[in-house]
Design a protein. Structure first.
Length: 78
């Protein structure tokens, strides 16, 4: 799975993560959260769980987006 696929998955993951965390964000912010989460979480989780393939990329993207939202709420949004 390439970077472009992680970006596409990241947009979906950002939507899902903002709904899980009950965040009201505009579309570009939601996509950015998901893309950053996908790049961070997807690459890290793919490295750890290479045997699971695309599922690991999606799970990592959602987890990464959740971490990005948490950091954003905890440290950046004051």
């Amino acid at each position: 799975m390439g970077i472009v696929a992680l970006i596409i998955i990241g947009a979906a993951a950002g939507f899902l993560a903002t709904r899980i965390m009950n965040i009201e964000a505009d579309i570009p912010t939601t996509m950015l959260i998901g893309i950053v989460g996908a790049l961070v979480g997807g690459l890290v989780l793919r490295a750890l769980l290479a045997m699971m393939g695309a599922l690991a990329g999606f799970v990592g993207a959602v987890l990464g987006a959740l971490v990005v939202i948490w950091v954003w709420q905890t440290y950046l949004k004051r």
